[in-house]
Design a binder for this molecule. Structure first.
Ligand SMILES: NC(=O)C1=CN([C@@H]2O[C@H](COP(=O)(O)OP(=O)(O)OC[C@H]3O[C@@H](n4cnc5c(N)ncnc54)[C@H](OP(=O)(O)O)[C@@H]3O)[C@@H](O)[C@H]2O)C=CC1
Ligand SMILES: CC(=O)[C@@H](O)[C@H](O)COP(=O)(O)O
Ligand SMILES: [Mn+2]
Length: 400
């Protein structure tokens, strides 16, 4: 039995993780769940179903509502008081960090955004395996995260990085020439900049191949997701940023590839279903039988690959620049983006202004306030995050 703590249980990755676990209850014991408080009823149902001993809720004001929802679900099932044990409840912004430090085998971090940093560090310090969906924590924490991890302690959940891990498994790292990171290209693939001025949040949220949470879906449309994934790959697999290339693969079946120095390339392929990498992350290095369906080789299909149009979608090159600067630059890249995604979804910023605003924040930060890798601390990352967020919001406000 693997004891699992799941952070961000009510989101896209969180619910799919519980789907995987529910088919193999003999293999997993969910000992902790966390959420922000945006979907109390779902969280209550998850608690009743999986019986964690501890639950963390970021918005303390939602604690009472959660207890009421728990009693309601229990009553719906006809349970009398005493027939079930309530979990210990941790409340407040640090609740997920406290939960991540709990004794368990694996912490799956599926929180969205920079809020995942301290839980990531807490899980690593506690010695648990960290199944990492929350790429932002690795990207902004940089060496603070990699140095806190023992070899193999971080297992990728992100589909591309799971693909790299699978292609690199048992391989000789000195034979690797480069990593080939696949991108779907998002809903606006093939458009010119002129055709992107007026696009709406609803259009940006219509991802062609994946159903995901709001932020990562907008990030796929801007290609910021691929920028974050470039930095994630460099940190996870210790590969130089210049040895990672992006190719656009609209079918999202080849999840990424490793090219070796003899001209061979190993690709990992499966239909776009996160339950496969999620299952693998929970049992790594073993595979979890039946996590998801394989490709159907009995029907005709076509896989295509094309170069990324970096002039229209500059986010990957912006991320590469932030990664090369290191230190607090990736934190500003990410924070400015998170702020711009909110502004875009609220109608305060146009689509193309997202990457323009990130670029301006990055330029200003590199000119003044940048903390290099050698001097990086968690406080410096959090300060850069706060600055990036407020500066981007200010710039978004000035544009309207
Ligand atoms: N969705 C996908 O297919 C993929 C996602 N990822 C990555 O996984 C992460 C999660 O993405 P996704 O599941 O799509 O996101 P969602 O927005 O669907 O879910 C986010 C989850 O995090 C919770 N949450 C948000 N803030 C906090 C906080 N401060 N403390 C505790 N919980 C919090 C939310 O709770 P509440 O519901 O209460 O608001 C929710 O449970 C992201 O980093 C994303 O980039 C990577 C690859 C694929
Ligand atoms: C499923 C997953 O891993 C997402 O991060 C995915 O990568 C999004 O797709 P694109 O960013 O390639 O559009
Ligand atoms: Mn991905």
């Amino acid at each position: 039995m693997r004891k699992v703590v799941l952070l961000g249980s009510t989101g896209s990755i969180g619910t799919q993780t519980l789907d995987v676990i529910s088919t193999r209850r003999d293999r997993f014991d969910v000992v902790g769940l966390s959420a922000s408080g945006g979907n109390i009823e779902l969280l209550a149902r998850q608690i009743v179903e999986f019986r964690p001993s501890v639950v963390a809720l970021a918005r303390a004001s939602k604690g009472r509502e959660l207890m009421d929802a728990l009693y309601a679900v229990a009553a719906e099932r006809g349970w009398a008081q005493g027939e079930y044990r309530l979990p210990k409840l941790l409340l407040g912004p640090d609740a997920s960090t406290e939960l991540a430090a709990m004794e368990c085998d694996v912490v799956l971090n599926a929180i969205t955004g920079a809020a995942g940093l301290e839980p990531t560090l807490a899980a690593l310090r506690a010695g648990s395996t960290l199944a990492l969906a929350n790429k932002e924590s690795l990207v902004i924490g940089g060496r603070l995260v990699t140095e806190a991890a023992l070899p193999g302690q971080i297992v990728a959940v992100d589909s591309e990085h799971s693909a790299f891990a699978q292609a690199l498994r048992g391989g000789r790292r000195d034979e690797v020439r480069r990593l080939v990171l696949t991108a779907s290209g998002g809903p606006f693939r093939g458009r010119t900049r002129d055709e992107l001025h007026e696009v709406t949040p609803a259009q940006a949220l219509a991802h062609p191949t994946w159903s995901m949470g709001r932020v990562v879906t907008i990030n796929s449309a801007t290609l910021v997701n691929k920028g974050l994934e470039l930095l994630e790959a460099a940190l996870l697999y210790d590969v130089d940023l210049d040895d990672i290339v992006v190719t656009v693969h609209p079918q999202s079946i080849v999840h990424s590839m490793v090219e070796f120095f003899d001209g061979s390339t190993i690709a990992q392929a499966s239909p776009p279903d996160m339950r496969m990498p999620i299952g693998l992350s929970l049992t790594w290095p073993e595979r979890l039988e039946g996590s998801a369906a394989p490709c159907d080789w009995t029907t005709a299909s076509t896989w295509t690959f094309e170069p990324l149009d970096s002039a229209t979608f500059p986010a990957v090159e912006l991320a590469r620049r932030a990664g090369k600067a290191g230190g607090t630059a990736p934190a500003v890249f990410n924070a400015a983006n998170e702020s711009c995604v909110d502004a875009f979804c609220d109608g305060r910023l146009a689509f193309l202004e997202i990457t323009e605003t990130i670029a301006r924040c990055l330029d200003e930060h590199l000119a003044d306030g940048h903390v290099p890798n050698e001097a990086l601390t968690v406080d410096a990352v959090l300060a850069a995050d706060a600055w990036g967020r407020s500066r981007a919001a200010e710039l978004a406000g000035a544009r309207r």
